[in-house]
Ligand binder design. Structure first.
Ligand SMILES: Cc1cc2nc3c(=O)[nH]c(=O)nc-3n(C[C@H](O)[C@H](O)[C@H](O)COP(=O)(O)OP(=O)(O)OC[C@H]3O[C@@H](n4cnc5c(N)ncnc54)[C@H](O)[C@@H]3O)c2cc1C
Ligand code: SF4
Length: 476
């Protein structure tokens, strides 16, 4: 018998979390695994709503109430099968989705002040149990098809598309300029949010499924887009967005002012056990430094939390709006505060201070206030004339967001339609671009977004690619 609706007697509970003092000493994930009974008990808090708002809030429309019920009944294998039917990598989403902005924020229990069902950690638990019990197997297609598909980018969009295409029996080739599969899952997101082994075991499964990865292959430099289109029956562009947004302020050329992704990539290499050359090591070493991170999104949170784990003397996050209006997940801000990060709200950098040609020594910050809401209903940040202050800094990390690279130039594809923001113009419902047979998914379509959206778009793009390829095969 299932025990649901337990939210009155059972309070919401997360698995054991490392203390802040211990967490800043390591790069391990924050939460321990759920003990089996506790996961089932937490799943049993679900109120089994007739209209599940959590499912609506999940970009993959995961069938959350049903897999929670199965988990509450200790039917973990069925729970896993159901959860995996809509999500290629549930254990990754369970770890890094901002649930406080997606499924959990819409949970009826949250709305009625009982605290949401802890959906993310239960999703992670169900899939980790499946790994433990050897239930997750590489794809073996029923029939091999002769058509091949080329995918540009081995991030979550490319990985999810590759798996979906192998399920359908296509020959899949993935091209990536990095030396590892995973995109930002490996070189962007730090280990304490997503341990690299979690991505690596998925990569091994994809390889065992027959996906061919061509790493260290930059499309546009090592192989042309035209060659890829000629070689494959369809092409998926899933190469993300990598151009860091710029800041125009005096002193930008001082040493010690770094871009967030360069900083995080270097530290991710270290977590992977790679050797950094001495110059790179010295450049990104924050030991004993006063670090100022500029920005209020999740990338900024990853930078502050990486710095604090690397023995920085102090870590300050400068953000031009206030806590309520920041784009990052509130949960990540709480984690950062617990770990000793100082938040300087309503501050914007006006100039970076130091001797020309030398290292940055400080930041002149402008006091801001919140003005009227803009078109996205976010309050504008307005400068308060004459109110400035100096913050000491010998390392500044800029985490101001990302834009698409110059795609037409990179791919030498003048007929590839782009949006005003430089992203590839494609419908998120079918991934079709302006070039027949070429599809796009993930950040390169949406702009900097989330892993769960990249997976969702890849699945939709593959579905329409399959329809188009089979229609062509019939008419040939
Ligand atoms: C620091 C950071 C933290 C983040 N934290 C989270 C989080 O906690 N939760 C969350 O959901 N999302 C998070 N995100 C966002 C998330 O990582 C992205 O939305 C997601 O990775 C997008 O997937 P993608 O496959 O479209 O692109 P990517 O992951 O960027 O993968 C694109 C791949 O394409 C390759 N590539 C690029 N150009 C070429 C080329 N010309 N030739 C060959 N290969 C190429 C790249 O090497 C890369 O491997 C974070 C992002 C950053 C930067
Ligand atoms: S995929 Fe993300 S949004 Fe969907 S249920 Fe899982 S954690 Fe929630």
């Amino acid at each position: 018998m299932s025990k649901m609706l337990q939210f009155v007697d059972t309070p919401a509970q997360m698995p054991a979390k490392q203390t802040p003092e211990r967490r800043i000493e390591n790069f391990e994930e924050l939460y321990a695994p759920f003990p089996l009974k506790q996961a089932a008990k937490q799943a049993g808090r679900c109120s089994q709503c007739g209209v599940p708002f959590c499912q609506v809030g999940c970009p993959l429309q995961n069938n959350i109430p049903d897999w929670l019920k199965l988990a509450a009944e200790d039917r973990m294998e069925e729970a896993y099968q159901l959860s995996a039917s809509t999500n290629n990598f549930p254990e990754i989403c369970g770890r890094i989705c901002p649930q406080d902005r997606l499924c959990e924020v819409d949970c009826v229990l949250e709305i009625s002040d009982h605290s949401a069902v802890t959906i993310g950690v239960i999703e992670k638990h169900i899939t980790e149990e499946a790994w433990k019990n050897d239930l997750i197997k590489p794809v073996v297609p029923g029939t091999e098809r002769p058509e091949s598909v080329g995918i540009i980018g081995a991030g979550p969009a490319g990985m999810a598309a590759a798996e979906e295409l192998r399920k359908l029996g296509y020959q899949v080739h993935v091209y990536d300029r990095y030396d590892r599969v995973g995109g930002l899952l490996i070189y962007g997101i730090p280990n304490f949010k997503l341990e690299k082994e979690v991505v690596k075991r998925r990569t091994i499964h994809l390889q065992q499924s027959g996906v061919q990865f061509h790493l260290n292959t930059d499309v546009g430099r090592d192989i042309s887009f035209e060659t890829l289109c000629a070689k494959h029956d369809s092409v998926l562009i899933a190469n993300g967005v990598y151009k860091s947004r710029d800041l125009k302020a005096p002193g930008m050329t001082l040493k010690g002012i770094e871009l967030a992704l360069d900083f995080l990539t270097a530290h991710n290499h270290l977590c992977l056990g790679d050797d950094l050359d001495t110059a790179t090591h010295t450049r990104f070493d924050v030991t004993g430094k006063h670090v100022v991170v500029v920005g209020g999104g999740d990338t900024a949170m990853d930078c502050v939390r990486t710095s604090i784990r690397q023995d920085a003397a102090s870590v300050t996050c400068l953000y031009r709006r206030d806590r309520l209006n920041m784009p990052g997940s509130p949960r990540e801000v709480r984690n950062a505060e617990e770990e000793g990060v100082h938040f300087d709200w309503l501050k914007s950098p006006q100039a970076f201070l130091g001797k020309i040609g030398d290292r940055v020594e400080g930041v002149r910050v402008q006091q801001m206030r919140l003005g009227r809401p803009d078109a996205q209903n976010r309050c504008r940040a307005e400068a308060i004339e004459g109110q400035v202050a100096i913050r000491a800094a010998d390392m500044v990390i800029l985490a101001l967001g990302f834009e698409a690279e110059a795609m037409q130039k990179m791919l030498e594809a003048p007929t590839l339609d782009l949006t005003n923001w430089g992203t590839v113009r494609a419908s998120v419902d079918d991934g079709r671009t302006s070039i027949p047979g070429v599809y796009a998914a993930g950040d390169v379509v949406r702009g900097a977004s989330l892993v769960v959206w990249a997976i969702r778009d890849a699945r939709f793009a593959v579905a329409s690619m399959h329809r188009d390829l089979q229609r062509e095969a019939k008419t040939a």
